[in-house]
Design a protein around this ligand. Sequence first.
Ligand code: ADP
Length: 190
Amino acid sequence: MKYYILFGPPGAGKGTHAGALVKKYNLLHISTGELLRAEIAAGTELGKKAQELITAGSLVPDSVVEGMIESTFENNKDVNGFLLDGFPRTLAQAEDLDKMLAKKGDEVTAVVSLMIPDEVIHERIAHRAAIEGRADDANEETINNRIRTYHEKTEPLIGFYKAQDKYHEVNSVCTIEEVEDRLVAKLDEF
Ligand code: ADP
């Protein structure tokens, strides 16, 4: 099984590129953001708890997303692997993912990071807000909090995966096709 992590700040284009990549490599796309939005839409207890945190631009507890990830791994054995999008987002999640995979004799295959500067993040999220209508895209304070949360809690994962020699960067400030080509060239290496 391949375990690819698509990494990058909010608005970097992870969701946009995931679709083409999973098709090309027969992977399952796991977006924790999408799974959480599905819980909210279904009105579950988990969704109700998550909603407040998400609309504040904060993270939901590690145990919640880890549970969703683990059950998705267990319920999908007929794919070549997984493309993780939005997970792991904290050092604790990255360490727990390593443990989860080690139990199965597996490990993270590669981490590919979509690189964009903070100014471009703002532009892209504003554009997405108009199209997708996500509550956490509509409010400037929430967007700023998400970017801050990314720098504080998620960016330290770069060092974590560099130390494992698994971290790779792709410049994401160009056309969708160009980013796609660069991502494919990277994934082809592993
Ligand atoms: P974006 O693409 O803007 O980064 P996501 O759709 O990945 O947004 O996530 C939306 C929100 O869901 C996050 O801001 C966070 O509140 C919550 N979330 C998603 N994944 C995680 C995670 N791995 N750990 C904690 N919270 C998460």
